[in-house]
Design a protein around this ligand. Structure first.
Ligand code: ZN
Ligand code: ZN
Length: 359
């Protein structure tokens, strides 16, 4: 969390702070905290930049949705310093910002296309719903290599965003045939596919599919958790959590935010529902019970209400929470930084997110 990082930095003697290894680590740290300005300040101080310095900065841009800046810096990076990791980082940054042209150009320039490089390109194409081209890359790769499950996961998650149940079923079946022992990844695939069924209103099918497949695989599905810092203490909550002492206030705050959002024309999108409603539940109450929203509300009921909120989540943020957090940032005129399993989202008081909705 941001001020812990600053606290640590303040303790570091200046002769160590000026060492390149420390500076590289600091760029990485500030980037991961969502503080791109601080990362840039350190980067600018480094006189003799190494591969790691550039890579850390490119990655910091990428994590924070600044794909163009990442590509620009990669271009500025001396050729002999570019390596496999910097290539993955820049492609990843382009992928997360939807910069297809830049990604393609860089990808075509890379002579040694490793599994990770191709996976990143598959991810970029899948995010833009260019499934034929993505599948073609996978096919070509498999002509001379053993199949890679991560490529299929990228494809599947693109198909989920596209709510393409036919393609998703095909991908999942292929994953089961090719990787029968990759239980954890297959379980993640089951969750994605069952979420697609739910998103098109097939809640029963989703439930049956999910429970049958998970039982067959014999694994546990990861519970969604979000962490935040309240008055110097790290607090974590799960979805629909009622364990916190300020639980009543948290849900009351969520209700107030919901009403304000609706007044501003917000529509609750039932396609983000991953299960059917239980008694006494509404679409709004289910969607607004996701863990990241609960910890954001917990921050907002503190006195004085903070103008900067930081959240870490172990899974990916869903489309509803993404839209709703944009509205919260605007209503509360607050900066909200959410690091999910995939990237950093910086929600600004103007109601926009740094990822520009590419996630
Ligand atoms: Zn959510
Ligand atoms: Zn975002």
């Amino acid at each position: 969390m941001l001020h812990h990082c600053q606290y640590i930095v303040n303790q570091i003697p200046s002769n160590i702070l000026s060492k390149i290894r420390t500076q590289n680590a600091l760029i990485d740290m500030w980037g991961k905290c969502g503080s791109i300005e601080k990362a840039k300040n350190v980067f600018n101080l480094v006189v003799d930049r190494a591969t790691l310095t550039y890579t850390a900065m490119i990655n910091a841009f990428g994590l924070n949705g600044m794909g163009s800046q990442a590509a620009e810096l990669y271009r500025e990076m001396p050729n002999h310093l570019r390596d496999h990791v910097s290539q993955i980082c820049v492609l990843n940054a382009c992928s997360h910002a939807g910069l297809l042209h830049e990604a393609r150009t860089i990808f075509n320039e890379i002579s040694l296309k490793t599994e990770s490089i191709i996976t990143t390109m598959v991810d970029c194409l899948s995010r833009l719903f260019m499934f034929d081209e993505a599948q073609k890359l996978i096919e070509d790769y498999e002509k001379t290599n053993t199949p890679s499950i991560i490529m299929y996961m990228s494809l599947l998650s693109g198909a989920r965003n596209n709510r393409n149940s036919n393609l998703s079923e095909k991908i999942y079946k292929r994953m089961k045939t090719l990787f029968p022992n990759a239980k954890e990844s297959l379980a993640a695939g089951v969750v994605l596919l069952s979420n697609i069924y739910s998103s098109i209103g097939k809640h029963e099918e989703a439930k049956t599919f999910r429970s049958n497949q998970i039982e067959e695989l014999g694994v546990k599905v990861k519970v969604g958790l979000s962490w935040t810092e309240i008055k110097g203490h790290i607090v974590h909550l799960k979805a629909h959590d009622h364990s916190h002492p300020q639980s009543t206030e948290i849900y009351a705050k969520i209700d107030r935010l919901k009403s304000k959002a609706i007044e501003n024309g917000f529509i609750f999108d039932s396609s983000w529902m991953t299960r059917s409603l239980n008694e006494n539940e509404t679409i709004e109450s289910v969607l607004c019970g996701h863990s990241e929203l609960l910890v954001i509300a917990l921050n907002l009921i503190q006195e004085p209400a903070p103008k900067f909120i930081q959240v870490v989540k172990n899974l990916r943020v869903c489309g509803h929470c993404h839209e709703f957090t944009k509205v919260i940032a605007k209503i509360e005129q607050c900066d909200i930084v959410v690091r999910d399993a995939n990237r950093i989202h910086h929600f600004y008081p103007n109601g926009q997110c740094s990822c520009q909705d590419h996630f």
